[in-house]
Ligand binder design. Structure first.
Ligand SMILES: Cc1cc2nc3c(=O)[nH]c(=O)nc-3n(C[C@H](O)[C@H](O)[C@H](O)COP(=O)(O)OP(=O)(O)OC[C@H]3O[C@@H](n4cnc5c(N)ncnc54)[C@H](O)[C@@H]3O)c2cc1C
Ligand code: SF4
Ligand code: SF4
Ligand code: SF4
Length: 375
């Protein structure tokens, strides 16, 4: 090889080493094209600028000073122990999407899902909370012998609207438990009772805090191995933003001259608590129930029951339909078999409907920030 070829080769290698060094120490600026591609892939074309990072993370005081934003953009610098904009912001969204304190993907908001549906029961006598889908899936699973029983919640006969968890073994039990009761139900008590009765295949219905209790129990039996090894449990989660103390709801409605026993259904939607009676609907601002809200709900960030096999809610879909998020293989199959067997009609959840689910989930995820500052 001639001297000139040696010199040229060494120069190329040196340039490559220099570029590599620049790259690993973060001096190389990402080409604009890559930034635009990244922006499109991670932010769904929404324009996100530094102002959003300032508003959501830096101002509320939840920035961890990890430096990810400053190291990915030359326009940001850490000044007085806080990220500051020191040059023009192009609104590429990289700093926001890189920040460990922001919630930016669908999975961050609602957990892993396989498919999302909008569904309604075909059972004429069933009056569900929304589309009657939970009760329909349970009715199908019981009839087919897929489950021995279901852990559901019904209303106390002695104290109307007080939640009573039960081990449902018949179609009639299931029908009596449809609809939502907006107070904590001690569902684990009924689950333990079913396991002790040697029920082997159990469907369990509850909001995320209940689903988490089952998940923990499955993972760490702590001396109850002989009981928990016996049961297969399919976890059917409820979307949930709040529950209220039973005594609080009672006190409130009685102060408005409503008797609990006259209420046929309760619904929470669009910031209102609605009470359905014979020929009348009375509604009140949800803010009026603030003092009755269960304190645990203020520290809860899982709206969509992320650890369930399948979850259900009213948000997203039109009135009288249920939003269904199929997560595990069992959740997916049990729902689709109920559809194929004629218990349920269903269609794919539309994009704008899913947006509503994501927005509600986001409200729950970020609600902790203003109220949990340690003194
Ligand atoms: C406390 C609570 C808060 C909720 N908050 C929201 C919300 O903010 N946004 C939203 O979109 N959806 C919310 N939901 C879910 C929604 O109200 C419906 O349950 C869901 O859409 C399914 O409707 P469905 O007609 O298919 O169910 P149905 O066929 O009517 O079946 C409802 C099932 O829920 C069970 N259940 C009722 N009350 C309780 C309880 N307290 N604890 C455990 N299980 C219970 C019943 O036993 C029954 O199995 C909430 C539900 C509850 C119970
Ligand atoms: S240009 Fe910089 S500051 Fe502006 S959004 Fe992009 S990464 Fe953030
Ligand atoms: S990336 Fe987020 S947490 Fe890290 S320094 Fe920037 S704002 Fe703070
Ligand atoms: S808001 Fe959370 S803690 Fe409260 S009932 Fe719902 S899932 Fe449970």
């Amino acid at each position: 090889m001639s001297l000139w070829i040696w010199v040229a080769t060494i120069q190329v290698v040196l340039i490559k080493i220099k570029n590599f060094h620049q790259y690993i120490v973060g001096e190389a600026i990402m080409p604009m094209k890559s930034i635009i591609r990244l922006k499109k892939s991670i932010s769904n074309n929404e324009r996100i600028a530094f102002g959003k990072l300032r508003k959501d993370v830096i101002k509320p005081g939840i920035c961890t000073l990890c430096g990810a934003c400053a190291s990915t953009c030359e326009s940001i610098s850490i000044v007085d122990k806080l990220p500051k904009l020191i040059d023009k912001c192009d609104g590429c969204g990289v700093c926001y999407n890189q920040c460990p304190r922001t919630i930016t993907t669908e999975e961050d908001l609602i957990g892993k899902i396989r498919h999302a549906y909008c569904a309604k029961t075909t059972i004429p006598e069933l009056k569900g909370q929304d589309g009657g889908i939970i009760t329909s899936v349970l009715a199908y699973a019981l009839e087919e012998g897929l489950i021995d029983c279901a852990i559901v919640t019904t209303r106390s006969e002695e104290e109307p609207w007080k939640p009573v968890p039960i081990v449902a073994k018949t179609y009639e039990d299931l029908l009596s438990s449809s609809g939502s009761i907006y107070s904590h139900s001690m569902t684990m008590e009924a689950l333990m009772s079913a396991i002790k009765q040697d029920m082997r295949s159990i469907a369990f219905v509850g909001p995320s805090c209940n689903i988490d209790a089952v998940t923990k129990m499955q993972k760490s039996p702590y001396g109850f191995l002989r009981l928990f090894m016996r049961a297969n449990i399919v976890k059917m989660g409820l979307f949930c933003m709040d529950t209220f103390y039973y005594e609080g709801i009672k006190e409130f409605v009685e102060s408005k001259n409503i008797k609990l026993e006259d209420i046929d259904a309760m619904k929470i939607r669009k910031g209102k608590f609605e009470f359905y009676m014979n020929n009348e609907i009375r509604d009140f601002s949800l803010n009026e129930f603030d003092s009755y809200r269960s304190s645990s709900c203020k520290f809860c960030t899982d709206m969509a029951a992320e650890k369930s096999d399948i979850s259900f809610g009213g948000i997203g879909t039109p009135n009288g339909w249920t939003t269904v998020l199929a997560r595990s293989g069992i959740g997916y199959e049990i729902f689709n078999e109920a559809v194929d067997s004629g218990y349920i009609k269903s269609r794919v959840l539309e994009k704008n409907e899913m947006e509503k689910v994501l927005n509600l989930a986001k409200m729950k995820k970020v609600q902790m920030y203003p109220i949990t500052k340690r003194k």
